[in-house]
Design a protein around this ligand. Structure first.
Ligand code: SF4
Ligand code: SF4
Length: 442
């Protein structure tokens, strides 16, 4: 029987648009734009200048802070500008512009490494210098994740891919199964753990079978079929399903003895050790009913998203919405000029949004948002607190535990956009928590 967690909801996945489409290479793109914010952590400083020649895999910007991750070029060519450019967060971010000479010359320092001949520290340093981050979208530096402050005994590869429409991880399972397991083995080595787990939703049974057929598969690799349910891929829900453990409120997966790494991140780790290349190419799904030929692409980072849309045949109709990511947790864009980053997994263009919200409609106290919230919160109550700016009550009702999965807004029969209100009050609660910690000298 497939494992799962309490709460959540079966949302229509729309994955048939692209899940059988093999990942395709893109044509050459003339100009690549590398935002210096592709991670969670300290900001980066450019280490190249306008006019410099750069190679594939060469570092463009870095930081001397532990929680940070450098950015590398995905093409060879000349740096033509370092200036602000639109980012998929909707803000302007400093970026390095590289004119692609289409030779794809590889940086001399990008050489393969056998992790089995390296110390744990050397493995972690290599991952850090390659700028590997949570490539499913989180962007948290992987070298930090692999050095937890508490003892962990589980490493879980997140193959749930529970967001509707996105199939980029599914294609990795079908096309790069060896790399996923090899990347998992590097993580097991870095953490000193003998066994590794891979959690995959049962709507990807062919992916499960393919991983089991991989030459890297052995008795220490455990594939856990997961019930198809949203948000099965959220860290705490995945840990519950795979291990039965509960991550307490305010705690991290490591506090429950677990580290979770995304499928795309495992592939990036494998590529780094096998080829020496940092994560400069990744699977991106371009999909939705506004796209002429929904497709999966192998995109070099820095490629403008409009280039991917053109490669997918362009728009079939005027999209009402273009979203970076999926419909539940993705970010709506006002332009398609933003570039692919390490954390881009999907571009979704839809002709008509499936749901319109009505803030004037009264809550009918049906309790659906409470019953399905995967974090066991009271979304209607939190939204009420937000409207009244009642920070203390929102905090008491654990608003900071909200993982912003969007399920409460999705299932509300009164069409209330609960998440929007929850997002509005969270920063205020966080600010208060920080101020109190500072005053208490923590
Ligand atoms: S967005 Fe937050 S409150 Fe709403 S269902 Fe998800 S976790 Fe619960
Ligand atoms: S789902 Fe909507 S209508 Fe039902 S209790 Fe929650 S906010 Fe109210």
């Amino acid at each position: 029987m497939a494992a799962t967690f309490k709460g959540g909801y079966h949302v229509h996945d729309h994955k048939s648009l692209t899940n059988t489409r093999p990942t395709e290479a893109l044509p050459d793109c003339d100009l690549h734009i590398f935002p210096l914010r592709q991670h969670i952590g300290a900001p980066l400083t450019p280490c190249v200048a306008v006019g410099d020649y750069v190679y594939v895999g060469q570092k463009l910007a870095d930081s001397d802070q532990f929680v940070s991750a450098p950015v590398h070029s995905s093409v060879s060519g000349t740096v033509t500008a370092i200036k602000e450019h639109i980012h998929d967060s909707g803000t302007m971010v400093e970026a390095v512009f590289v004119e692609n000479d289409k030779k794809y010359e590889i940086y001399k320092e990008c050489v393969p490494h056998d992790y089995r001949n390296m110390s744990r520290e050397q493995v972690l340093t290599l991952i850090r210098d390659a700028g590997i981050v949570g490539m499913g979208g989180a962007g948290f530096p992987t070298h930090v994740k692999l050095q937890p402050k508490t003892k962990v005994d589980h490493i879980i590869i997140n193959g749930a891919e529970c967001e509707p429409y996105i199939t980029s991880d599914h294609r990795y399972m079908l096309e790069e199964a060896d790399s996923i397991i090899y990347g998992l083995k590097v993580c097991m080595y870095a953490l000193g753990i003998n066994d590794g787990h891979i959690g995959i939703e049962t709507n990807k049974r062919d992916g499960i079978q393919n991983l089991k057929k991989s030459k890297e598969f052995n008795e220490h690799i455990h594939i856990i079929p997961l019930k198809k349910k949203y948000p099965q891929g959220a860290e705490k829900q995945l840990i519950k399903a795979v291990t039965g453990r509960h991550v307490p409120a305010g705690k991290l997966p490591a506090d429950a003895g677990c580290v979770v790494v995304n499928v795309a991140t495992a592939v990036a780790i494998s590529n780094l050790f096998k080829t020496g290349l940092p994560p400069v190419i990744k699977n991106v799904t371009v999909t939705g009913d506004a796209i002429k030929n929904p497709s999966n692409f192998k995109a070099r980072t820095g490629t403008p998203v409009k280039f991917l849309i053109e490669a997918a045949g362009g728009f079939a109709a005027e999209p009402e919405k273009v979203i970076s990511g999926g419909p539940m947790m993705g970010i709506t864009q006002y332009t398609v000029d933003y570039p692919v980053t390490k954390t881009t997994s999907s571009v979704l263009a839809i002709v008509k949004a499936q749901k319109t919200y009505d803030e004037a409609a009264p809550c009918i106290r049906c309790g659906r948002c409470v019953g399905h919230c995967p974090m066991h919160l009271m979304p209607y109550k939190l939204a009420e607190c937000s409207k009244k700016d009642d920070i203390d009550t929102a905090r008491r009702y654990n608003v900071l535990e909200c993982i912003e999965c969007g399920l409460c807004s999705y299932i509300c029969p009164a069409n209330k956009n609960l998440l929007q209100f929850i997002r509005m009050i969270k920063p205020d609660v966080m600010k208060k928590v920080r101020e109190e910690a500072q005053n208490n000298g923590k």
